[in-house]
Design a protein around this ligand. Structure first.
Ligand code: T3D
Length: 261
């Protein structure tokens, strides 16, 4: 029996989604994107899950579109539909998921694999990992939200440099440039991912979902619009039990015990 190309494992309040085609550096097939989308739907609204890890098996995180997946790449006239029906929904799902999504970028993230990592809320990588906006190397343009995330994360000069040249940068450079949250020594990567996930899973999950929303919409808002968004979302955050707990714990000089709602 062949193993599923997407693994979904739960460990307490942490869910781990693993891209699982190591012999292809976890390059994405349409079937895989469908399974990833279904898994994200399962997690959406599951109150028992308070942090999600997205990672890959083997030495790669994700090498982007599988260039041997005939269904996706052979009919060039169908690529618009591939992007619209298979890639865009997954990117939207990750951004809209109420729980925090950690990209645990275990190795090379190339093409749409890089975009997938950037769509997540917080990205961490071992120093040996690499990031490549490789689309141009085969005559394509950044998709999977890459052309949206890159300039917002690293500024136009670096976004254009990365996109036009298609060169890989290492994880330390990615962290220095603000492409990812953190690069850690390889030996510390697995522990750092677990610790980050556990930490996020103990935080006020509802507020985290609202923070995601506030930051996501800020990119296309004026200050006036964003101030209005903040007032609305703060009102929602203030209604949560976790806000009561956070305030009480502060006043009682103890560690808060957040329940996620
Ligand atoms: O439908 C549409 O097409 C629209 C959507 C497009 C979105 C995109 O993502 S376009 C960009 C697609 N990705 C790429 O162009 C990256 C291609 N891969 C590479 O450039 C290199 O593999 C890497 C730089 C990522 C890693 O290089 P390296 O030397 O560490 O590994 P490798 O030997 O090249 O790869 C290992 C194996 O994975 C190898 O197979 P083999 O020779 O051992 O049988 C290689 O062919 C395979 N592999 C790597 N990337 C892909 C792939 N197989 C299929 N598709 C891939 N994208």
């Amino acid at each position: 029996m062949t193993e599923s190309p997407i693994l979904l494992q739960r460990d307490g309040a942490v869910a781990r989604l693993t891209l699982n085609r190591p012999d292809r550096l976890n390059a994405l097939t349409l079937a895989m994107l469908g399974e990833l989308s279904a898994a994200l739907s399962d997690l959406d609204g599951d109150e028992t899950v308070r942090a999600v890890i997205l990672t890959g098996t083997g030495r790669g995180f994700c090498a982007g579109q599988d260039l041997t997946d005939h269904e996706a790449v052979d009919d060039t006239r169908a690529i618009r539909a591939v992007v619209e029906r298979h890639y865009n929904p997954v990117i939207r799902q990750i951004r809209a998921l109420p729980q925090p999504v950690i990209a645990a970028v275990n190795g090379i993230a190339a093409g749409a694999g890089c975009s997938l990592a950037l769509a997540c809320d917080i990205a961490i990588a071992p120093e040996s990992a690499k990031f490549s906006n490789a689309f141009v190397n085969i005559g394509l343009i950044p998709d999977g939200g890459g052309s949206y995330f890159l300039p917002r994360l690293v500024g136009q000069a670096r976004a254009l440099g990365l996109s036009l040249l298609g060169e890989a940068i290492d994880a330390k450079t990615a962290a220095d440039w603000g492409l990812i949250w953190k690069a850690v020594p390889d030996a510390e990567f697995s522990g750092a991912v677990d610790a980050l996930a556990r930490r996020l899973a103990e935080m006020p999950t509802a507020a985290i979902g609202l923070i995601k929303h506030a930051i996501n919409v800020s990119g296309h808002h004026s200050l006036e619009q964003q101030l209005a968004v903040e007032a609305e979302l703060q009102a929602q955050a203030a209604e949560t039990e976790d806000y009561q707990e956070g305030r009480a714990a502060f006043l009682e000089k103890r560690k808060p015990r957040f329940i996620g709602k």
